[in-house]
Design a protein around this ligand. Sequence first.
Ligand code: PEP
Ligand code: MN
Length: 333
Amino acid sequence: MINLLLILKDGYNYSKLKEKLNESSVSYRFLNLYGKNLVVVWPDSLANEIKDDSILLAVKTSKPYQLASNEWKKEKTIVNVKDVEIGGNKIVVAAGPCAVESEEQVMETAKAVKRSGASLLRGGAFKPRTSPYSFQGLGEKGLEYLKKASEATGLPVVTEIMDGRDLPLFKKYADMLQIGARNAQNFTLLKDAGRSGMPVLLKRGLGNTVEEWLLAAEYILYENNPNVVLCERGIRTFEKSTRFTIDIGGMVAAKLSTHLPICADPSHPAGKREYVEALAMASVAAGADMLIIEVHPNPEKALSDSEQQLTFEGFEKLMERLRALANALGRSI
Ligand code: PEP
Ligand code: MN
């Protein structure tokens, strides 16, 4: 189904336009995104006749994700997480452990990744584990440790939420919500994240097409939350040599279809720390605006994803290589 997006003039006549929409028996939703008053209208087949003085522009995109599409918003969106700008010339790096394991572990890691040039601290307190017998994360305690490390370093925190009922905790302790690959089509959670108004890092589901990924972002935008960053983290294919197959082509396709910033997570598709650098470099070459990298003080002893987490030295070396690449591309990091 293709929708119609109406961009309204300033001082538009809400009640008159609403009356016309009601008469046409279309479904619609008024939104304010990126400083623009919008109405998304569907299905477009019924909407063709809608004419009103309030309408500045009516845009019919060729995509089912109307709000995320760059066919109406040509300029790239910048997502602000406190004072960190995602989507500008500077490539933003979020780094930290897969899971928060102790106060010292996350504090030490936050200081190390900051020294090497990271702009955001990552770390999971609520972990989506395949087995119920695996380490599930420290929960609220983990969020508390992240906040302490954030206060000590000035790095804003991005961390995964699995349940909308935990939002008050995330509002208290975190700066950006991560929606994980396994919840990428949990539409209730997407709506909750949208309504929270917090910036959202939305991972691509391991079995999702690029279109499904962008439609998941659409759910968040539809709740009037403009602050969405899309994150490629590898998809499941027949290939076994890496943990997941990083879809560089899909990243490029997404980047050319949306105004939202694109992030890459090279750690999870790599599965092995030796592969992380090359996948990170490939992602930046493909246009990633952000990277999220797993770093641990002692990866071999990590309680989750131990084989793919970088040491502090490994992360420092990666940042040096990325800096050279970013410079060559006319970007900074
Ligand atoms: C993570 O970032 O630690 C994580 C669980 O990622 P994903 O949802 O991509 O598997
Ligand atoms: Mn992980």
